[in-house]
Design a protein around this ligand. Structure first.
Ligand SMILES: NC(=O)c1ccc[n+]([C@@H]2O[C@H](COP(=O)([O-])OP(=O)(O)OC[C@H]3O[C@@H](n4cnc5c(N)ncnc54)[C@H](O)[C@@H]3O)[C@@H](O)[C@H]2O)c1
Length: 351
């Protein structure tokens, strides 16, 4: 069996705890190289996992002819340049979320992937939870009827990720909108059947994160360096007449410590997909309310599952598990929230 040769760009937390276990599970792949701007981090990772080739510059790693796939686990703002360099060097590209931070750059990546005839895919691992997969199949078979409204929530009371990767705009591109909003939005948008985006209005605000009297359950962060929003909300209209609200925060004066959910509302039923409890479907039969609960579903290692499906797409030249054209619409929404917040106007998309 062919073993595809994989190299990492960035080997911090997510590479170590979610991606490496995914690749190690696969007979058809071998991680042969790592790159990280921190040599100590790259060397320690390579030692832990028995990887021979270590680089501090991913461009040098890309010169390796035997390398066929790159897996980008560096901060958000590195995804675009690393992916573009990857395609130029003739590699397939898997990247952590958000794929990148502007629709223009997503389109560039799609074009470069087509030109290079190599696969492009963003990790949106929540889609691969067993309950999300089951619910999606039910929705696609018509369980909810026509979906005309949806809600995506990624709301935290006091859970601010303290590392620069997430709170310095030069590395992250944005705050909760791009970090956790992208997960809830992608999940909800996919359940809706990924319609085309027509308009976005929204706000992105920094209200609590720079205050010394506000604490975080994940420890202290650099208040001065913090230059992204801590709360964002958006309202989206789609070409098929449906609409969606998105709400996300790292710090919010609310009851629950964390709410992560996707909700869709249709003409036959509504569906609620929370994190940590079973999904539910709400409908009416014989003038009586009904609640269906989906129980007994297995826990899935979602990164591993998406990596498995990505490798299958590369190996069999099939569609990737998260098509980048869907990611383009998701990034239009997130970028639209920022642009609308800045201009005070609705952002419209014509195509
Ligand atoms: N899907 C998920 O559940 C999930 C969870 C956490 C993080 N992420 C995403 O994964 C990415 C990394 O997050 P993390 O938590 O692992 O962060 P991290 O800070 O732990 O690791 C990032 C690593 O990238 C390295 N790096 C920085 N610039 C680089 C460059 N130019 N070239 C190579 N390496 C570089 C850093 O030195 C660091 O070791 C982010 O895009 C984040 O949004 C996804």
């Amino acid at each position: 069996m062919k073993k595809w040769k994989v190299g990492f760009v960035g080997v911090g937390g997510i590479a170590k705890y979610a991606h490496m276990p995914g690749w190690k599970n696969l007979q058809g792949a071998e991680v042969v190289a790592v790159s990280d701007v921190r040599e100590d981090v790259a060397k320690a990772f390579a030692k832990d996992f028995g990887i021979k080739n270590v680089f501090t510059d991913y461009n040098k790693m890309l010169e390796m002819d035997e390398l066929e796939i790159i897996d980008i686990c560096a901060p958000n703002m590195i995804h675009y340049p690393a992916a573009m360099a990857g395609f130029k060097a003739g590699k397939h590209v898997l990247s952590e979320k958000p794929l990148t931070v502007t629709p223009k750059h997503v389109q560039d990546m799609i074009d470069a992937s087509k030109k290079a005839k190599k696969k492009l895919c963003s990790i949106q691992n929540h889609r691969f939870r067993a309950e999300a997969q089951v619910l999606k199949k039910m929705i696609d078979k018509g369980e909810c009827g026509e979906i005309y409204y949806a809600r995506a929530h990624a709301l935290r009371r006091r859970l601010l990720p303290v590392a620069p990767t997430f709170i310095k705009k030069s590395l992250s591109g944005g705050g909760p909108c791009l970090d956790i909003g992208v997960h809830a939005l992608d999940l909800t948008y996919w359940l809706m059947g990924h319609p085309k985006v027509r308009s976005v209005s929204g706000v992105a605000l920094t209200k609590l994160a720079k205050r010394e009297d506000i604490h975080g359950d994940w420890g202290e962060w650099d208040r001065k360096a913090y230059d992204v929003e801590d709360f964002a909300a958006g309202y989206v209209k789609f070409a098929n007449g449906a609409s969606l609200t998105l709400e996300c925060s790292f710090l919010l004066n609310t009851k629950e410590n964390e709410v992560f959910s996707a909700q869709v509302f249709g003409t036959e039923a509504g569906a609620y997909l929370p994190w940590g409890s079973p999904p539910e479907i709400y409908t009416e039969k014989n003038r009586t309310f009904m609640v269906k609960q989906l129980v007994g579903l297995p826990q899935v290692a979602t990164h591993s599952e998406e990596i498995r499906l990505f490798l299958e797409a590369v190996d069999k030249n099939k569609e990737v598990p998260v098509p980048p054209e869907q990611t383009l619409e998701v990034i239009k929404i997130l970028d639209g929230v920022y642009r609308s917040s800045k201009s005070g106007r609705e952002v419209r998309f014509t195509k």
